[in-house]
Design a protein around this ligand. Structure first.
Ligand code: PGA
Length: 223
C-alpha cells in the first residue's frame, strides 16, 4: 500500500472534494465519520460547501464515550455538532448510543453500507476505538480503553481522571465493509505506527493493519 504524503490542508481539501462529488452524483449517500483532531480540517472544508445539498446523506459516527452526556463538551456528539452538523444539514446523523449500539451494524447495512469512511489512527494503531488485540471480525460493541488511549485523549480533559475508561465503537468488520476508506495520520508522532500498520504484518496487535486487506482504502500522511 502506498502512503500519500501532502500538507494537511491539501489532504483535507482532496477528501472533502471527494465527499462532495459522491453526494452530488448519488441520490442517497452514507458517510462514516470520525472525531478527534485529525478530521477537523475536512469538516471545515465541507462546511464551506453551501452549494452542495447534503439532505439525502446519512452519517454514522465511529464511536462515543461511555458515561458522558451528549451535551458534555468532550462528547463526540458535541464535537460533531460543533464542527459539522451545526453548519450543514444532513438527512440524519447517527451515533453508537446506548440505545442504538445493539442495532448499529444492522442499521448501517440496511442503509446500503457506508460509501465513504473517514478514519484517524491512534498512536497504538487503533482505528475507531478498536484497541490492540481486536479481532478482524469484531462488531460494534462497548470496549475498555487502553492506558495509552486514555493518556492520549487526556489532552482534551482537565485531568486524566476525567477521561472515560470505556467507549462504544463501530467494529472492524463494519469498518472493513465500507466501500471506500480514507485514513489520515496527522503529525510526526503518528509516522512510525502508520508505517507499521501499512507496511508491516497484518495483526490484531495493530488494528489499522487490517486495512491492508481493504480493496479501496487510501492512506494519507501529513507531518
Ligand atoms: P486524533 O485521534 O485525531 O485526535 O489524533 C485519532 C485516533 O485516536 O483515532
Amino acid at each position: 500500500m502506498r502512503i500519500k504524503r501532502n500538507t494537511y490542508q491539501k489532504i483535507c481539501h482532496v477528501i472533502a472534494s471527494n465527499i462532495r462529488d459522491l453526494v452530488k452524483h448519488h441520490d442517497f449517500s452514507v458517510l462514516g465519520l470520525a472525531t478527534g483532531s485529525t478530521p477537523i480540517g475536512i469538516y471545515k472544508e465541507l462546511s464551506y460547501m453551501k452549494d452542495t445539498d447534503f439532505s439525502n446523506t446519512l452519517t454514522y459516527n465511529l464511536d462515543e464515550y461511555v458515561g458522558l452526556d451528549k451535551h458534555h463538551s468532550q462528547s463526540y456528539e458535541h464535537f460533531m455538532n460543533k464542527h459539522l452538523f451545526g453548519k450543514l444539514t444532513f438527512h440524519s446523523n447517527h451515533f453508537p448510543t446506548e440505545k442504538l449500539l445493539p442495532y448499529y451494524d444492522a442499521m448501517i447495512e440496511n442503509s446500503k453500507g457506508i460509501d465513504i469512511q473517514i478514519l484517524g489512527i491512534g498512536t497504538n494503531g487503533h482505528i475507531a476505538f478498536n484497541e490492540p488485540g481486536t479481532p478482524r471480525d469484531s462488531k460494534s460493541r462497548i470496549v475498555d480503553l487502553t492506558e495509552n488511549t486514555i493518556k492520549d485523549n487526556s489532552r482534551f480533559f482537565d485531568s486524566m481522571d476525567e477521561v472515560p475508561t470505556q467507549a462504544r465503537t463501530m467494529g472492524i468488520d463494519t469498518i472493513m465493509k465500507s466501500k471506500r476508506i480514507y485514513l489520515i495520520a496527522h503529525g510526526k508522532h503518528k509516522k512510525d505506527i502508520l508505517e507499521k500498520a501499512i507496511n508491516g504484518d497484518i495483526t490484531p496487535e495493530i488494528p489499522a493493519s487490517f486495512l491492508q486487506e481493504h480493496p479501496n482504502c487510501e492512506i494519507y500522511y501529513s507531518e
